[in-house]
Design a protein around this ligand. Structure first.
Ligand SMILES: [Cu+2]
Length: 174
């Protein structure tokens, strides 16, 4: 066995490993997010940048006629407090938590979505008829847990596209 060659080889490997290991902080954020997976989200900057900034929350009409609903769960409320969706179309829910583990449930349905910090939970929902549903949190998340609930209003399908974006965002104005 040629020990000199082996030593040179091992030293080269060590140096090659040290270069990226000492520069990990230079890996840029998009690459880091890619490595962690697209469902990762920073719970401390939800309100500052990215998908879950305030004016991006609520219901958005997708080109294919379905809708996407984005929400944040935090102690002790869901944001937005009220969600408006059309009846009879697929609803893509995307929700994340700013703090503890929560569970968004919709009374009168079997839907239950576990909501974790640093992760985007996704669910496909659909509501056949117009109506109003309470959406309580079913995961004990602290002292105010029992008051943690939002409202879901399902409006007739043909009524929804006529609404202005700010009307879709919440039901307060209605
Ligand atoms: Cu909760």
């Amino acid at each position: 066995m040629n020990w000199r060659k082996l030593r040179t080889f091992l030293l080269t490997v060590l140096v090659l490993c040290l270069i990226p290991a000492s520069r990990y902080y230079q890996i840029d954020l998009p690459l880091l997010q890619f490595l962690r997976g697209s469902r990762h989200v920073d719970p401390f900057s939800l309100h500052l940048s990215g998908e879950f900034v305030e004016n991006n929350l609520g219901t958005e009409q997708d080109p294919d006629g379905s809708v996407t609903v984005r929400m944040i769960a935090q102690q002790y409320l869901f944001i937005p407090h009220c969600i408006l969706v059309p009846a009879g179309v697929p609803v893509h829910l995307r929700i994340t938590s700013a703090d503890a583990v929560h569970s968004l449930t919709i009374n009168g349905t079997d839907y239950a979505v576990k909501v974790l910090p640093a992760t985007i939970s996704e669910a496909q929902l659909q509501f056949p008829r117009p109506g109003e549903y309470k959406m309580p949190c079913r995961e004990f998340c602290g002292a105010g847990h029992y008051a943690m609930r939002s409202v879901l209003k399902v409006v007739p399908r043909e009524q929804f596209p006529a609404l202005r974006p700010e009307e879709r965002g919440g039901c307060a104005a209605r």
